[in-house]
Design a protein around this ligand. Structure first.
Ligand code: GCV
Length: 662
């Protein structure tokens, strides 16, 4: 086992300096197995640089990482403490040893300072997963990585897997240090070439799995529901057909013969053109169970996506509501999914908008294992050209209580199914295009592991690791916190207002286009006219979507008075003069937030500029962020002007402060 080292690629949150504290100590690693070997190699690697020493059992040491499988610790759990000058990590399994090691790295010198009471660490949920929307062949419209904003794929290039997969190993290392333990390596839109990863191109998946295994990460594969026809030559892919069931069973057996620790399948079915069980008059439970049954003998799981809706809607038809679709399709199927079928639900009912209510599906299926899906890749949140730290959004969603304050939170529901997100990584030298977007990847792993972590504290961890060894860490920390803490809300301010969403350019989804989707089949409308704006999703006069929530939210969202302002236009169509909680009207709020948001973007750039030339960050990283900030400021100005102009022209209501609107 060699620790991956890459030239010309930024080390993200694992620069050599982050290992100084561990690397300058005497460390004992007790335990056997693949992951224990990784920890041993990590310790040796850090010691070689910083003068410490890996020691054998019986020798004096400062840090002991010990595998002690018996007891009450799960495989990923560990207990960390310090007494009598020795820091100890006692792990329930090899994975716990690895996570315990990275916890010590995260703590740095603090791990070796004062005594600390033994604290038990355990992940909130067993599966913390990243989905890659990577294509093997460059797709004519979507490119190498669908919704990718960080260059090509780290797995595939121009039709084949990369020869040198060192970068995949380094990725696994970064993910392990954040808490992620599963990766799906291809796009959920499974095109012809990618479908074959399941059969004759399985070797490429095995090669990737071999790189990720030493860091405790299992590989999953997105599969095409029509594979029995497309790959197996069968006349049907009907989930109840015996030949089809047999085909999936045999195919899956071969997968496990090649990759014994394979994680399972991810399926997007009957969605945006992907095939699915509807073609055979079968339900999505039938579809998911077909694959679950094939995977069960091998311990695998199927992630079946709930992102099913009609993308050929008639915009003239006000009764159809895309927000209703996932619940309408799936809630009636509660209790009908196998135990190794996980229903993967996007956090909101629409599609990864900057502001949406939490999906009602999450509260509707108590007898089904649900995973919550986030989007680390910033499709609708600035495409890694804008600073937009998403930790606060995810934290808000995970902490939301669908049954009211006394009930469980979304994170509690996800315990059984896991937390999943679409990765933002590509073959870019900074991994994520925008160097500050690395924080989103890190934060996803940390919040999936411990949903109660405070997003600002996660940011501090990320800053401390990424910029370890910085000459003035406190100044840098303060600057980055100021730039990033509120960046999601800033982005919200200068883009679509009050929860309405989708005022983006169709297709690529970057930049403003208020009516871009208004008369399309995609079901994403705002219904602005001369009198008002917003979607009436009430039971009393609208689409009835509010009725998909349990109380108290079904009542809160239904009521114009109680509906939270930030979601007002998601649930209600209101006149421009409607008065919000802070006393401003809707249209004045639109003007105010768009002016403020664009100003905040400019202030973010100023904060960064103050770091120029003082050596706190490397010049190339400084320049990359600076270049992105220029685009953010430009784009925020464009959003401000288009949105304000649009609503001035529609409403005829002037800005109360007489600011320039075009
Ligand atoms: C992979 C959105 C994106 C699509 C994506 C889809 C999904 O609609 O724009 O690119 O497809 O979500 O989550 O399946």
């Amino acid at each position: 086992m060699t620790i991956p080292e890459l030239n010309d690629v930024h080390p993200a949150w694992l620069p050599p300096e982050a290992f100084r504290a561990v690397g300058s100590r005497r460390t004992l690693v007790a335990g056997d197995g693949t992951l224990a070997e990784t920890v041993r190699a990590e310790v040796a690697h850090a010691c070689a640089r910083y003068g410490g020493e890996p020691v054998a059992s019986g020798a004096a040491h400062d840090l002991a990482l010990t595998l002690s499988p018996d007891g009450d610790l799960g495989d990923e759990d560990f207990v960390l403490g310090r007494r009598d000058g020795v820091t100890t990590v006692r792990a329930g399994g090899q994975a716990g040893l690895l996570y315990g090691f990275f916890e010590v790295v995260r703590l740095g010198e603090a791990a070796f300072a004062a005594d600390r009471a033994a604290v038990r660490h355990r992940p909130a949920t067993r599966r913390r997963m990243l989905d890659h929307w990577d294509n093997i062949d460059v797709h004519p419209v979507m490119g190498q990585v669908e919704r990718g904003y960080a260059g090509g794929s780290i797995f595939w290039r121009d039709g084949v897997a990369h020869d040198d997969l060192t970068r995949v190993r380094a990725y696994g290392r970064l993910l392990a240090a954040s808490g992620v333990n599963a990766v799906a390596v291809n796009n959920v839109n499974v095109h012809a070439t990618e479908a074959r990863l399941l059969t004759d191109r399985l070797g490429e998946v095995a090669a990737i799995a071999a790189e990720l295994r030493p860091y405790g990460i299992r590989v999953h594969l997105s599969v095409n529901f029509a594979s029995p026809v497309a790959l197996g030559g069968l006349p049907t892919a009907d989930p109840l057909d015996a030949g089809v069931r047999e085909w999936w069973a045999r195919t899956t057996e071969r997968v496990y013969a090649t990759i014994p620790d394979f994680g399972g399948y991810v399926v997007k079915a009957d969605s945006e053109g992907q095939p699915g069980p509807f073609a055979y008059g079968r339900s999505h439970a039938d579809g998911a169970n077909l694959l679950a049954d094939a995977l069960a003998p091998h311990g695998g799981v199927v992630h079946w996506r709930a992102f099913v809706y009609d993308h050929r809607q008639d915009w003239r038809d006000r009764s159809t509501d895309r927000a209703r679709a996932a619940y309408d399709h799936f809630a009636p199927l509660d209790g009908r999914f196998r135990d190794n079928a996980i229903l993967q639900v996007k956090y909101g009912p629409m599609d990864f908008q900057v502001r949406e209510p939490v999906s009602p599906v999450i509260a509707a299926m108590p007898a089904t294992r649900l995973a919550v899906e986030f989007q680390v890749t910033q499709e609708y949140t600035g495409q890694q050209r804008h600073v937009c730290y998403l930790g606060p959004l995810w934290s808000e969603v995970l902490g939301f209580r669908p049954w009211g304050e006394a009930g469980p939170a979304v994170a509690d529901v996800a315990v059984r199914g896991g937390v999943v997100a679409v990765s933002n990584v590509g073959d870019d030298p900074y991994w994520t295009g925008h160097p500050l977007a690395q924080a989103n990847l890190y934060a996803f792993g940390r919040l999936a592991w411990a949903p109660g972590l405070e997003p600002g504290a996660v940011l501090d961890e990320w800053i401390g690791l990424t910029f370890a060894g910085c000459a003035d860490p406190e100044r840098l920390r303060r600057t980055l916190r100021e730039m990033m803490d509120g960046s999601w809300r800033t982005y919200e301010r200068y883009t679509a207002p009050l929860g309405v969403g989708f005022m983006v350019r169709p297709g690529h989804h970057y930049g403003p286009d208020v009516d871009g989707y208004e008369y399309t089949p995609w079901g994403t409308y705002h219904f602005a006219d001369r009198d008002g704006v917003g979607v009436d999703r009430t039971r009393s006069s609208g689409t009835g979507f509010t009725g998909q929530y349990p109380e108290p939210w079904s009542e809160v969202y239904e009521s114009l008075d109680d509906c939270p302002d930030e979601l007002l236009l998601f649930f209600h169509h209101v006149p421009y003069g409607h008065v919000l909680g802070d006393g401003t009207t809707v249209v004045q709020h639109i003007y105010d937030t768009h002016f403020a948001g664009a100003e905040e973007a400019a202030r973010t750039r100023l904060l960064w500029e103050k770091l120029a030339g003082d050596g706190l960050v490397a010049p190339d990283l400084y320049a990359r962020v600076r270049e992105r900030l220029d685009e953010q400021v430009r784009s925020a100005g464009e959003w401000r002007d288009q949105l304000n102009t649009y609503f001035l022209r529609k409403s005829g209501v002037p800005d109360a402060h007489g600011r320039p609107i075009h």
